[in-house]
Design a protein around this ligand. Structure first.
Ligand SMILES: Nc1ncnc2c1ncn2[C@@H]1O[C@H](COP(=O)(O)OP(=O)(O)O)[C@@H](O)[C@H]1O
Ligand SMILES: [Mg+2]
Length: 257
């Protein structure tokens, strides 16, 4: 059996011109855990997600997926690898229905034009119906079954965030990266989201990496957390360990001044 962690970030640095967005960040994410990333605005959290998902090349350092380098690849290659993410700024197809947004995530399971030629149209239609059924199951899981036929643009913000999660789940990821999924939600919605993320992790046997500003929520939700400040990993460990870390307290008090 391989003992390589699901994800390993080793000595990762990322510079934009003179700005150091990440400085020698190392961490590992274990299979099945909910791993949190917190830190003040501009700390480099989204940049770390961008490097992990091969959208931004690092200046130095490595990202390993089960011990292997992640190729700089197209989104469909990443989803084949088992990596899916949501974005801090939502990227939904506003004019498509809620259901069709999830179908976009399912498209790699659809019959290709070549297969359609070989299999015949009845088989292709059956496959399409299966995918539509799957989309509805995923929508039910995130609490949006009733909204399936509405245009995505008509959903309130909190529901749009849950739709993005359903679409990411459609690709059947092993690792789900969530960038501020609770942004714009009220306290009750945030609480529900916490439960949903746990349910998803258990139901799909997933690993989750989550960025979120609401520290008490993260303390409740995450198995382990890393704290970034000005691109550096200043703490890593259980919620209890991170909460009492003097560097973390300083970073947060510093940013509140
Ligand atoms: N593509 C980019 N070009 C230039 N600077 C960037 C780019 N992306 C992020 N940055 C800068 O890198 C720093 C970290 O940004 P980001 O990772 O978005 O922080 P966070 O998600 O923790 O708020 C910020 O100073 C930001 O302005
Ligand atoms: Mg960010």
């Amino acid at each position: 059996m391989s003992t390589a962690p699901l994800l390993e970030v080793a000595g990762l640095s990322c510079r934009f011109g003179g700005l150091v967005a990440l400085h020698e960040v190392s961490l590992t994410v274990r299979e099945g855990e909910i791993f949190g990333l917190i830190g003040p605005n501009g700390a480099g959290k989204t940049t770390l997600f961008n490097v992990i998902s091969a959208l931004t090349p690092p200046s130095s350092g490595r990202v390993l997926w089960r011990g292997q380098a992640i190729p700089h690849s197209r989104p469909d290659q990443l989803s084949r690898l088992g990596l899916a993410r949501t974005f801090q700024n939502l990227r939904l197809f506003d004019s498509l229905s809620v259901r069709d947004n999830v179908l976009v995530g399912l498209h790699r399971f659809a019959a290709s034009p070549l297969a359609a030629g070989l299999l015949g149209s009845a088989t292709v239609r059956r496959r399409q119906r299966q995918l539509e059924q799957r989309a509805l199951e995923l929508l039910a899981l995130v609490g949006l079954a009733e909204e399936a036929q509405l245009p995505a643009a008509s959903l309130p913000y909190g529901e749009r965030r849950r739709l993005e999660i359903a679409r990411a789940l459609a690709t059947e990821p092993r690792l789900l990266l969530l960038d501020e999924p609770a942004a714009g939600m009220n306290p009750a919605e945030k609480n529900d989201l916490c439960g949903l993320i746990r349910t998803i992790r258990d139901h799909f046997d997933l690993t989750v990496m989550i960025i979120e500003h609401h520290v008490p929520l993260m303390m409740r939700l995450c198995d382990r957390l890393a704290v970034l400040n000005f691109g550096e990993r200043i703490a890593l460990g259980s919620p209890a360990a991170v909460r009492h870390d003097p560097r973390v307290i300083e970073a947060y008090l510093g940013s509140a001044r």
